[in-house]
Design a protein around this ligand. Structure first.
Ligand SMILES: *Cc1c(COP(=O)(O)O)cnc(C)c1O
Length: 402
């Protein structure tokens, strides 16, 4: 077996340098835990950016994957497969959607939503060709493709990748007045995250999305909620939109849709947006394949049947309170909803990265977002004793380091 340092050196030698991971090489996972190549166990407080909500290697999803992999994996959409209809039916029933368009990565779901809402804008709303505008938020994160970074406000994500796609207007997140002002006769949609995850788990003011919904309806603007990270139980509800009892026109899900086994994403629509797409206008070789559908069906089933969403609400409240109880002069803010939690440090603390390194040494894997925020988002199967275990280790580290 190769040494951990050798594996890291090989990565540095042959891999593109587009990530800066913690130097922990993982080789096994089960539930909330992962193990490194030296056999050390960690509590996973990132859950692959919420793709592993159901816990690592969930046995029922694994069984579904193995069974389907031995039967049929890929047909392309040139032919039908016997899993797609069931995936559609179950996902639509669960999310109360009318139509589903399956893709693979989250970014593809975002791109698909942009394409279909533009088409809706021209063919249904009657916008002049090439004039459609989509409003987005500052500090958004919707993925890494060229179309998506065209409306990012993160210089690191954009620098030297232009020219960019036009047709977007940026407003501050959580500011309803700015959103209303940004709407023109050519506005077709508002694309927004219910909670800005990559920006540091930023929760908008209460009532913001209720107003957003009203403004969108009044102006015939499609509300596209990117729930790729907030969806599927992470915030203690199936979809984060439920916190304000609203319904998006278009909802994007991905990540935990497969429980981390396989890239599966989907665009959900409760109106005519997806209906504008005709054969040949959009597609994906792997989108909707039988393996993806079987895995996603199992991932959704365990999420609901095993009470993971309720558990996220209960353990999330408990974890949040425990974090708030930590006495520390380096903590600036503690916030979260469900098991989407964050600890923001004062700039004088010297950056969240070294706190993540220290947490790693005490058995917790977490990742900084931007410079000063530590995100804590364990799998939704976490138990109260495991939250206590985490708090026992977080407390000394967050109480201050020099
Ligand atoms: C992760 C993420 C995406 C992109 O998903 P990929 O599968 O990495 O392409 C889009 N939107 C949000 C909110 C995300 O968290």
């Amino acid at each position: 077996m190769m040494l951990t340092e050798d594996l890291i050196a090989i990565e540095a030698r042959f891999g593109a340098n587009n990530y800066k991971p913690l130097d922990v090489v993982l080789s096994r996972g089960a539930g909330v835990h992962v193990w490194d190549t030296d056999g050390n166990r960690y509590l996973d407080c990132l859950s692959a950016y919420s793709a592993v909500n159901q816990g690592h290697c969930h046995p029922k999803i694994l069984a579904a994957m193995i069974e389907q992999a031995g039967k049929l994996t890929l047909t392309s959409r040139a032919f039908r497969n016997d899993q797609l209809a069931l995936f559609y039916e179950e996902l639509a029933a669960l999310t109360k959607s009318h139509r589903v368009l399956p893709m693979n990565s989250g970014a593809e779901a975002v791109e698909t939503a942009i394409k279909s809402v533009r088409k809706w804008g021209y063919e249904v709303k009657g916008i002049a060709e090439d004039q459609a505008e989509i409003v987005v938020c500052a500090n958004n994160f919707h993925g890494r493709t060229l179309g998506i970074i065209s409306f990012s406000t993160d210089e690191t994500a954009r620098k030297s990748f232009g020219p960019f796609l036009p047709g977007f207007r940026v407003v501050p997140f959580g500011d309803i007045g700015a959103f209303e002002q940004a709407i023109s006769a050519n506005t077709i949609a508002f694309l927004v995250e219910p909670i800005q995850g990559e920006a540091g788990v930023l929760i908008p003011p209460a009532g913001y999305f209720t107003k957003v919904r009203e403004v969108c309806t009044a102006n015939n603007v499609m509300l596209i909620l990117d729930e790729i990270q907030t969806g599927l139980g992470r915030t203690g509800k199936l979809l984060a939109e439920e916190h304000e009892a609203i319904e998006a026109d278009v909802t994007l899900v991905g990540k935990a849709l497969s429980g981390g086994f396989y890239p599966v994403s989907a665009v959900l629509s409760n109106n005519e947006v997806l209906g504008t797409l005709k054969p040949g206008q959009h597609g994906s070789t792997f989108g909707g394949n039988p393996l993806a559908c079987a895995v996603a069906r199992a991932a959704l089933k365990v999420l609901t049947e095993e009470g993971m969403i309720e558990n996220a609400a209960v353990q999330g409240d408990y974890f949040l309170q425990g974090l708030k109880d930590i006495r520390s002069n380096v903590i600036r803010d503690v916030r979260g909803r469900g098991l989407m939690l964050a600890v923001e440090l004062h700039p004088q603390a010297g950056g969240a990265r070294r706190y993540c390194e220290a947490l790693r040494r005490s058995g917790i894997l977490a990742k900084e977002t931007h410079d000063h925020t530590i995100r804590l988002a364990p799998p939704l199967v976490i138990e109260r004793e495991q939250v206590d275990w985490a708090l026992e280790r977080l407390t000394p580290v967050l109480s201050g380091m020099n």
